[in-house]
Design a protein around this ligand. Structure first.
Ligand SMILES: Cc1ncc(COP(=O)(O)O)c(C=O)c1O
Length: 389
């Protein structure tokens, strides 16, 4: 039998051991942990919608109408009117004929990829794609090839030398640990030139980019060239779940074939009602998005004045590269003691030697909170000589 204690000790030695913190309460962008109230700069609730009174009230009303749970899978009796209307509203917003709700983004990716390709096919993924996309590619049985991050030539070379029958190219729309936006127009061009499909996982772009927050594909107006659009609903939308949007045939294929759609309980209808309220705000409250973009600009200018090593990200994800696992964990701990939740992201989530602080901004943060975070970063991050301030 495998020695689990030895495995766990190895993780500790490599500073890769992960621990959970128990949150007692969420108050706006603050969380209470062990009796201390700290500013949360680690959440993906980019628009602050998880705390929005209309979203909360819609969930409460949903519970009153449908009860706490859906009671069954979508194909049995779990598909409520709330789910159905939400799918129609998601399709309308993203500019696709149909949308299909999944319980999580992880399941949406596994189910979609394995429904579309299999043995004898090929899947091409950006080297920095989210783990669920890589897992979907592996699970499909197709030949998985990873191209250099955002590198069209690297993809083109791999695509043009592939003899596979079906070829699927997959990219994050906004990269989850780097915050940069994929070169979607170029990706769309090279995939269509090579007669391949393109799938975009827009977990971090939906709600944030594009007119009415419709996401990265809508931002580039590429719906006709990106046949498979996936996004999650637990991030900017502030609630839970995920969806895949595309043609009538794509959605019907997923309903027939996606095992992670068929063999699981539908999300509670009350969650779907909360999401419908959240979608209304996403579409109509442009000021919220503008506020977030103003915060991004403000934070980046303050951080670069401090000489912090920012990545080239125009989005709410603002990582600061540190390098070593140990130093990243130490800075994150110091920030926590100073009243800020900023997560230390280490391999295997990011490539070896590129551990980082993943700072995420929300429209609901105040400039004062960002100023305080910048002060704390100044105190907690090593100087160029490697010592702490
Ligand atoms: C790019 C990306 N895709 C998919 C997922 C999975 O989504 P979910 O949390 O809904 O399972 C995440 C994060 O959680 C993500 O960052």
């Amino acid at each position: 039998m495998r020695n689990l204690s030895a495995d766990l000790n190895d993780l500790k030695r490599q500073h890769r051991y992960r621990r959970r913190r128990v949150v007692d309460l969420a108050v706006g962008t603050d969380i209470v942990i062990d009796g201390s109230r700290i500013s949360n700069f680690s959440s993906n609730d980019y628009l602050g919608l998880s705390q929005h009174p209309e979203v909360i009230r819609a969930m409460q009303r949903g519970v009153e109408q449908y009860g706490a749970g859906s009671g069954a899978a979508h194909l049995i009796t779990g598909h409520s009117k709330a789910h159905h209307l939400l799918e129609e509203e998601l399709a309308e917003l993203t500019g696709y004929p149909r949308a299909l709700l999944f319980s999580t983004g992880y399941m949406a990716n596994l189910g979609t990829i394995t429904s579309l390709i299999g043995k004898g096919d090929a899947v091409f993924e950006d080297r920095l794609n989210h783990a669920s996309l890589i897992d979907g590619g592996l699970m499909s049985g197709a030949r998985l090839q990873r191209y250099q991050h955002g590198d069209i030539d690297s993809l083109r070379n791999k695509l043009s030398s592939s003899k596979a029958q079906e070829r699927l190219v997959i990219t994050d729309g906004v990269f989850s640990m780097d915050g940069d936006i994929a070169p979607l127009p170029e990706l769309a061009k090279v995939t269509s030139q090579n007669d391949a499909w393109l799938m975009v996982d827009d977990a971090h772009g939906f709600g944030i980019l594009g007119k009415r927050g419709a996401g990265s594909v809508a931002h580039f107006m590429l719906q006709d060239q990106v046949p498979i659009y996936m996004a999650t609903l637990g991030k900017a939308a502030g609630v839970f779940g995920a969806f895949v949007a595309g043609s009538e045939e794509l959605v019907e294929t997923l309903i027939q074939r996606a095992r992670s759609y068929i063999y699981t309980t539908a999300i509670p209808p009350a969650v779907a009602e909360a999401l419908r309220a959240s979608l209304k705000i996403i579409q109509n409250d442009n000021e919220r998005r503008e506020q977030l973009h103003a915060h991004i600009k403000y934070f980046r200018s303050g951080a670069s004045e401090l000489g912090l090593q920012l990545l080239n990200s125009p989005t709410a994800i603002q990582p600061i590269l540190v390098g070593s696992n140990e130093a990243t964990v130490e800075i994150s701990r110091r920030l926590f003691d100073a009243g800020f939740a900023v997560s230390a992201i280490r391999p295997p989530t990011v490539p070896e030697g590129s551990a980082r602080l993943r700072i995420t901004l929300s429209a609901n943060h105040s400039e004062e909170q960002i100023d305080k975070l910048l002060d704390a970063l100044h105190q907690c991050c090593p100087t160029s000589e490697g010592s702490y301030a």
